[in-house]
Design a protein around this ligand. Structure first.
Ligand code: UDP
Length: 157
């Protein structure tokens, strides 16, 4: 894999879907030069919610988080590019939209910690990106393709 091939898992949460923000969010990653290699409109069930958010089990917000993430459809995606995991997290802003800078996704599109529009793999949690991709996607649901304008995104492409 070249250094442009890091993959990360991203998901528009139920509030973002209900508010019609899928297009806005996808456009931000496309505009940045990242490449979508997987996308799936789906409903998360109780079991998947527990697996995905297992690290938060037992915390006071856990039950509310599971209710929220299973409350309606999500748009799950895999995005690929140089340093993709960390770059997506930077574009997302802070966990709490109220603390997120304008220009970030949560800073532009949210106000409330419990309804913060988007999930992206944690770049500080080694391997979280690949684990989450595997949890949500089968390998044959990911598409390998040449992004023809990559030569205008990466100097050394
Ligand atoms: N969350 C919440 N209350 C809290 C902390 C977290 O509702 O006090 C929710 C919020 O939706 C957040 C998710 O739990 O996105 C996962 O928390 P994490 O700390 O992993 O934040 P993230 O990685 O999403 O920024």
């Amino acid at each position: 894999m070249s250094h442009h091939d890091e993959r990360t898992f991203v998901m528009v949460k139920p509030d973002g879907v209900q508010r019609g923000l899928i297009g806005d969010i996808v456009a931000r990653f496309e505009d940045r030069g990242l490449k979508m290699v997987g996308g799936k409109f789906m409903q998360i069930d109780e079991e998947l919610a527990h697996e995905h958010y297992g690290e938060h089990e037992g915390k006071p917000f856990f039950d509310g988080l599971v209710d929220f993430i299973t409350s309606g459809p999500v748009f799950a995606m895999v995005w690929e590019g140089a340093d993709a995991t960390r770059q997506v997290r930077q574009m997302m802003g802070e966990t709490d939209p109220a603390e997120s800078a304008p220009g970030t996704i949560r800073g532009d599109l949210g106000l409330d910690l419990g309804q913060n529009v988007i999930h992206g793999s944690d770049h500080e949690d080694e391997g979280a990106n690949e684990r989450e991709i595997e949890l949500f996607f089968d390998e044959d649901e990911l598409v390998e393709w040449d992004q023809t304008d990559a030569v205008w995104v990466y100097e050394d492409e």
